[in-house]
Design a protein around this ligand. Structure first.
Ligand SMILES: Nc1ncnc2c1ncn2[C@@H]1O[C@H](COP(=O)(O)OP(=O)(O)OP(=O)(O)O)[C@@H](O)[C@H]1O
Ligand SMILES: [Mg+2]
Length: 314
């Protein structure tokens, strides 16, 4: 497993990582979530021995990366999808890595298959799209079939189909018993993939909990859209009579304390047409949005905007 204890990294006056502690366990995808600049990459680089901590410990299976026997078989990592030799084909790139790590070169094709790159095996990396490079980096990470995976923003550059594939890929590895630590600044990715979430901001852990616990927290009740402010006011009054707590936001309402069916009944009674009825933010989304806004300022985007979680964090 992965264990980070009181980890600190200062770059001059910048406290990139400021006393971070968390664990990532086998058989789970642990989402490492935080706004830009929160210290995610720096933490992962310390785990991989690429950055020396100012203090504290970053351990894989109880050891520092430098002390792992054959690291390729202990931990797979994909940080940034760069550093591939452009003239090499995907297969050659992985074969070279196999040779360097003392792995059978046949692993290259297995990894390409796993990463969904089998069809592009003989293409030169120079012509790869960003998403294909991400897949190649993931293929390289699993070459040695390591029980621990550390991935920094692996969804960057992937199209929706690629993101869907990535989820399956990570779930599959966790199902095999791997410890998967995956960073993201995009809430939706983590929300749909992780078992456990560690949220960081300004180099500190803000929240460390099972995903189900965070999602289960009531963050926003129901979002209700009407055809105009008059309808909204009428519906709000009807809902309040039904025992709901209502906040009017123009022609929309944020409603808590009643089920969706009750909103439908109140709309019927008030003669209001519903233009929207959806679940409000989860507790996780609420925490993350608050964090991101505290970090970068700005006003709260329109409630219930489906793009909010991705864009507010970008
Ligand atoms: N080599 C470095 N020298 C100086 N400052 C650095 C260095 N690496 C990171 N930082 C600073 O440390 C802080 C944390 O950066 P880090 O890259 O770890 O954040 P992050 O959470 O990965 O962000 P993002 O979501 O944008 O990838 C930032 O303020 C960054 O500018
Ligand atoms: Mg980063």
């Amino acid at each position: 497993m992965i264990l980070v204890e009181e980890l600190v990294k200062h770059f001059g006056a910048v406290r990139a990582v400021d006393g971070l502690s968390f664990a990532a366990r086998p058989g789970q995808v642990t989402g490492f979530l935080g706004p830009n600049g929160a210290g995610k990459t720096t933490t992962l680089r310390m785990l991989l021995g690429l950055v020396e901590p100012t203090s504290g410990r970053a351990l894989i299976d109880g050891r520092r990366y430098a002390d792992l026997g054959n690291p390729v078989e202990r931990v797979g990592a994909a940080l940034e999808a760069t550093g591939f030799h452009p003239g090499r084909t995907a297969r050659d790139h992985l074969r070279v890595t196999c040779l360097a790590a003392g792995l059978p070169t046949g692993r290259a094709d297995e990894a390409l298959e796993l990463a969904g790159l089998a069809d592009a095996a003989d293409r030169r990396v120079v012509g790869f799209s960003l998403g294909m490079r991400q897949r190649l980096a993931l293929a390289a990470a699993v070459l040695g079939q390591p029980p621990v995976l550390i991935l920094d923003e692996p969804a960057n550059g992937l199209d929706p189909a690629g993101i869907h594939w990535l989820r399956g890929f990570l779930r599959h590895l966790a199902g095999l018993g791997c410890t998967v630590l995956v960073s993201s600044h995009v809430l939706a990715e983590v929300e749909q993939t992780a078992d456990h979430v560690v949220i960081v901001a300004r180099g500190k852990v803000v929240r460390d909990a099972p995903l189900a616990e965070l999602v289960g927290e009531d963050g926003g009740g129901l979002l209700v859209g009407t055809e105009g402010p008059d309808d909204a006011a009428g519906l709000a009054a009807a809902l309040e009579r039904a025992g709901a707590t209502v906040r009017v936001e123009g022609e929309r309402l944020r409603v808590s304390g009643v089920a969706a069916a009750e909103v439908g009944r109140a709309a019927l009674a008030a003669g209001a047409v519903l233009t929207e009825l959806s679940a409000g933010r989860s507790g996780l989304e609420k925490i993350f949005l608050e964090l991101t806004m505290a970090e970068f300022g700005g006003t709260e985007p329109a409630a219930g905007d489906p793009a909010v979680s991705a864009e507010a964090a970008s």
